[in-house]
Write a protein that binds this ligand. Structure first.
Ligand code: SAH
Length: 217
């Protein structure tokens, strides 16, 4: 495991302050940004830039999301300690680590074999780890462990996959970016068995959520 130094901690404090200035208010989210060493989720050559509000390549044509995007999605999730959360798109594992740090029981799935393997190895020695990492198509959800209090999709979806709605607990929240070239951050609250309430937020740009036949390694 690479080092986490006082300098890194200082850069994380600055990043958290920037996110707060941009409107992130939830202290638990900001605490997680201050705590999780984002540089460890990036290639060593990018380490000097790890605490800039930027997305970076992580292999398999995928990216780690901007810290602002991670913080924004996490804030919308209204995470409470002990909640069961499904993440679609493990990628680097950073979002999973943030949610795990906040006390959630995290189930995460990744569609790219290379990234799944890398995350699995990384989390063997990392303190804040998800409870389950799977190599699977997240459009199907994760029925063996459903229902979930929260579901977060970290890739851009053309439509909202039905299994994600049916695997949400009543009272649960799904946060999913929806759109083709740009995505509207979309929050779905499950109010009853067949009652869902939708709210949309600003525009974001995500790598695409692959459907069931695309991108199989
Ligand atoms: N949460 C990640 C963001 C990674 S980018 C992080 O913190 O780094 C989105 C990820 O979604 C990519 O790794 C991509 O491979 C994955 N992905 C895309 N379609 C998917 C699908 N259908 N099921 C699971 N993962 C998917």
């Amino acid at each position: 495991m690479r080092n986490d130094t006082l300098k890194h901690k200082g850069l994380r404090n600055q990043l958290a302050q920037q996110l707060e200035e941009r409107g992130i208010q939830n202290e638990k989210v900001l605490d997680a940004v201050r705590a999780i060493p984002r540089h460890l989720f990036l290639d060593k050559t990018l380490e000097a830039h790890a605490y800039e509000d930027r997305a970076f390549p992580i292999g398999a044509e995928q990216t780690i999301s901007h810290p602002y995007t991670v913080a924004f999605q996490t804030e919308l999730l209204e995470v409470q300690s002990g909640m069961k959360i499904l993440e679609i798109g493990t990628g680097s594992g950073y979002q999973s680590a943030v949610l795990s740090y906040m006390g959630a029981e995290v189930y995460t799935v990744e569609r790219q074999l290379e990234l799944f393997r890398k995350a699995e190895i990384f989390f063997r020695t990392f303190q804040w780890k998800p409870k389950h990492i799977g190599y699977a198509d997240g459009c199907e959800g994760l029925s063996a462990h459903a229902p979930f209090d929260r579901i977060v999709v970290t890739a851009g979806a053309q439509d909202i996959p039905n299994p994600l709605l049916s695997q949400l607990s009543i009272g649960g929240i799904l946060v999913i970016p929806v759109g083709v070239t740009q995505q509207k951050m979309t929050v779905i609250e499950r109010k009853g068995l067949k009652e869902f309430h939708k709210t949309t937020y600003g525009d974001f740009q995500f790598v695409p959520l692959l459907n069931s036949t695309e991108g199989l390694s």
